[in-house]
Structure formats: structure tokens, C-alpha cells
Design a protein around this ligand. Structure first.
Ligand SMILES: [Zn+2]
Length: 104
């Protein structure tokens, strides 16, 4: 692993510690430490994949996927909402006082 600061190939995987490292792990980034300048840096685990992951198209695909998932969630919410509304209407007709027009 080449260190981006001093451009020496002396960066090694560092032990993760602290909340900061865990946050980076959420984004599939793991901590490295350079033995030359002793700086810490974060890199994607799949080294070769990382440049491709950040291309514009890849990001667009991820965004599209997320939007599709949100659309599905929204549709489910609409269905549940409609069901709840129907239920409320039925309950309303069941419990409402009898109208004066009925019967005689
Ligand atoms: Zn370095």
C-alpha cells in the first residue's frame, strides 16, 4: 500500500480503534498507517475496485438503486395507508348512530 502523503510504499494495515475507525468501516474503508511518515489513512478494502467504485456512473447506479428501494417503501406505505383508511371507514359506518331517515 502506497502512502499518498509521502508516496512511500510503507503503509500497512493498522488496528482499528475508536469511533472514527468504525465510522470508516461502515463505508468499507479500513485504516492504514504509514511507517515512513506515521500518518494514518483510510482506503477501501478492495484496493483495485476502489477507483471504479467512485466513478460517476457507479454512484449514479447506487443512487438509482436507493431511489427504487425508496419507491417500493413508499408504495407499501400507500397500500398500508389505504388499508387503514378503509378500516376506519368501515368502523365509522359500524359505530355511527342510526340515521333518522332509516325505517319509519
Ligand atoms: Zn507516508
Amino acid at each position: 500500500m502506497t502512502c499518498p502523503y509521502c508516496e512511500e510504499n510503507r503503509a500497512h494495515r493498522s488496528h482499528r480503534k475508536g469511533l472514527n475507525d468504525r465510522m470508516h468501516l461502515l463505508f468499507k474503508q479500513i485504516p492504514y498507517r504509514c511507517k515512513n511518515c506515521s500518518r494514518r489513512l483510510y482506503a477501501y478494502r478492495a484496493g483495485e475496485d476502489s477507483p471504479r467504485m467512485r466513478t460517476h456512473e457507479e454512484r449514479k447506479i447506487m443512487e438509482l438503486r436507493r431511489r427504487l428501494r425508496w419507491k417500493r417503501t413508499k408504495r407499501e406505505l400507500v397500500i398500508y395507508g389505504f388499508g387503514a383508511l378503509c378500516f376506519a371507514v368501515v368502523i365509522y359506518f359500524l359505530i355511527r348512530p342510526s340515521t333518522p331517515a332509516s325505517g319509519g
